[in-house]
Design a protein around this ligand. Sequence first.
Ligand SMILES: [Zn+2]
Length: 67
Amino acid sequence: MSEKINCGNCGMLLYFGEEIKRRLYMRAIPDEAAVLAGYGNKCPRCGAAQSTDSVKIEIKRRAVHES
Ligand SMILES: [Zn+2]
């Protein structure tokens, strides 16, 4: 599964990669809130305040087998 987080206001891509909840290693990003905190809880493009409720979180199943 992959995960994508976009600003709920302007659509700026804030995170794209492994589904955060399923990451068993690389604990540098424990959850979505930590991703937003990395941006100071603000969108770097439009400056809108970001929270796990305001952003768009998309989780997608991978079409190909994970290597
Ligand atoms: Zn934005």
